[in-house]
Ligand binder design. Sequence first.
Ligand code: ZN
Length: 175
Amino acid sequence: MSNILSIAQLGASVIREKSQKVLQINSQKTQDFIDDLLLTCKEAKGMGIAAPQVSNSERIFIMSSEPNERYPYAPKMEPTTIINPEIISHSENMKKDWEGCLSLPGLRARVPRYHEVHVRYYDRDAKMVEQKFEGFLARIFQHEYDHLEGIVFIDRVESTKDIVMEKEFQRLISE
Ligand code: ZN
């Protein structure tokens, strides 16, 4: 049975550490951890969650996108496990849009991200996948990838004026 894991908040040292490559994707330990991470992401209604956010400094994250009250405009994507990811290339242009993070609850910020990324990763069956993401999904990928490098979204803002509180964000997007 899967467990809901406790989410580390900004200030915990694990959030700022560079994560280690996963060596044995097929191990029971890693597979159980992935199940726990998937459940934790779902329960928290996250669009994604990275292993360091549950105090595991390994290069694993989940992308999972569907519209909910935290992200009413999100596209639908089945929960996907991303292991040992690389960004092979990206578009030149960046776009600024809203992000939030389970490790920084209550904050939202407009963050510049590449509109399109071409990526490579391993799935939970240890199969190598090459894929292109654009728009909101490219944004999730870059946000979660940053977690593996110890970077959080507010590190990427152009100005601290692009950071707002959740309550004001809800008002801004409903205008
Ligand atoms: Zn995050």
